[in-house]
Design a protein around this ligand. Structure first.
Ligand code: GDP
Ligand code: IMO
Ligand code: MG
Length: 428
């Protein structure tokens, strides 16, 4: 049995798309289990670059089955937009290759509207969401008024649920948030058209994934966002609305945790974050700008500049603990090439003590001062390394120290965006 999780160990954009694509080579099934089209996963194959938001990164192979699990929130408009984009660039997408859970919740037009209006209403306390309707959709799921994929396939059920939702939401949108009312007929017509196009893709994906694992097929669970955007363990409230941790897989797919064999945390060799919220090792200076430019740190979904800072091992230790990581994959060590000195945060100074865990309270976190170790840099030749031996000595020292402090082995090192710029250095 082998079922692997690939998840973001920081604040997202660690290279999950690239790693999923790389590891999918010897997997048969690739599964998304949380989030929605707030994600932006980049995969580069030879000279082509693909950007995926909702569809699993295994889709670039012709022979893999891709699954959108029940824990994902599905915007049908974005789903078909992505299918059309993929078909347009020559990637085949058919119901034989892609299935969607009948239990997944649908992102509705009012979720997108609410996301934007609520952000505006928060003013300077906004979260900096992607505006894709993710939070309002998960809110309805837990409020128990959400509309699921299976509802969409039953016209009368869908109509009734849409009507009830609009009766509740339109007054809130217009009277409290100052927006415009949404029109029942327009949404109904749009979604009923989606229903017919979606129907062939819909399955009970818990059964699909369970059967695949039982049949000894390799299954890969592709996380979206990252550990510190987790609704429970992230920098709340500056988080997304799903469980991005390994714990999210079991609920988001409908399989027991004992069926999962490995969890690989993807970590950039430094740290980035998009949107608002605390970031202890952030570099609000020329060094931060240098990393952003060299690493092309601009969001795939919103185009926003990513905030950049030094690698924070307090974060990685937290991810190792909360997600039970079996190994780490470190990406973008080529981005740091050319720096004379590189810093790594190995703990926080808090109330006169050194701590190595992430405090829950943002007020306490604000008092934490990163404690750094300094490393000698390496040069751009790192991008040509194809095995661990070929890495510059200083890069090896850097990686060794990450392993020591996190007490976790590094299984993969990535030295560039392409599939071939990846090396397997240990067991996953
Ligand atoms: P994801 O959301 O975790 O899939 O990551 P994104 O796609 O949002 O951002 C990661 C970016 O880094 C993408 O542009 C990747 O092509 C790129 N990338 C991934 N690994 C490496 C690497 O090792 N080196 C460099 N230079 N770029 C990388
Ligand atoms: P991938 O999968 C980085 C961030 C947003 C915002 C917060 C809440 O590409 O790593 P949301 O729209 O989810 O309610 O926004 O979460 N965020 C991400 N940041 N990478 C992502 O996805 C993200 N998805 C959401 O910027 O701060
Ligand atoms: Mg991304």
């Amino acid at each position: 049995m082998s079922a692997f999780i690939v998840l973001g160990a920081q604040w997202g954009d660690e290279g999950k798309g690239k790693m999923t694509d790389y590891l999918a080579e010897d997997a048969e099934v690739v599964v998304r289990y949380q989030g929605g089209n707030n994600a932006g996963h980049t995969v580069e194959v030879e000279d082509k670059q693909y950007k995926l938001h909702l569809i699993p990164s295994g889709v670039l192979y012709d022979t893999k089955l891709n699954v959108i699990g029940n824990g994902v929130v599905v915007d049908p408009k974005a789903f078909f937009h992505e299918i059309d984009y993929l078909q347009g660039v020559g990637v085949k997408v058919t119901p034989e290759k892609l299935v969607v859970s009948d239990r997944a919740h649908l992102i509705m037009p009012y979720h997108r509207v609410l996301d934007k209006l609520k952000e505006q209403a928060r003013g300077k306390n906004d979260i900096g969401t992607t505006g894709k309707g993710i939070g309002p959709c998960y809110t309805d799921k837990f409020e128990r008024c959400g509309i699921r994929v299976c509802d969409l396939l039953h016209k009368e059920v869908f109509e009734e649920k849409l009507r009830t939702n609009l009766e509740m939401k339109n007054p809130y949108i217009t009277k409290v948030l100052g927006g415009e009312a949404l029109k029942f007929d327009e949404i109904l017509a749009e979604y009923l058209a989606f229903a017919e196009r979606l129907r062939p893709y819909v399955q009970d994906t818990s059964v699909v994934v369970y059967d695949a694992i039982k049949a000894n097929k390799k299954v890969l669970f592709e996380g979206a966002q990252g550990m510190l955007l987790d609704i429970d363990y992230g920098t709340y409230p500056y988080v997304t609305s799903s469980n991005t941790t390994a714990g999210g897989v079991s609920n988001g797919v409908g399989i027991g945790p004992t069926m999962i064999t490995n969890a690989v945390g993807i970590a950039k060799a430094y740290t980035t974050r998009v949107g608002k919220g605390p970031f202890p090792t952030e570099l609000n200076d020329e060094m931060g700008d240098w990393i952003r430019e060299k690493g092309h740190e601009f969001g795939v979904t919103t185009g926003r500049a990513r905030r950049c800072g030094w690698l924070d091992l307090v974060i990685l230790k937290t991810t190792v603990r909360v997600c039970g990581l079996t190994s780490l994959a470190v990406t973008k060590i080529d981005t740091l090439a050319g720096l004379e000195k590189i810093k790594v945060c190995v703990g926080y100074k808090f109330n006169g003590k050194i701590i190595d865990y992430f405090p829950a309270s943002l007020e306490d976190l604000a008092k934490c001062e990163p404690v750094y170790e300094e490393f000698e840099g390496w040069d751009d030749s790192v991008a040509n390394a194809r095995s661990y031996d070929q890495l510059p000595e200083n890069a090896k020292k850097y990686l060794k120290r990450i392993e020591e402090i996190t007490e976790t082995r590094i299984s993969i090192v990535s030295v560039g965006p392409r599939r071939d710029q990846t090396m397997r250095v240990a067991e996953l």
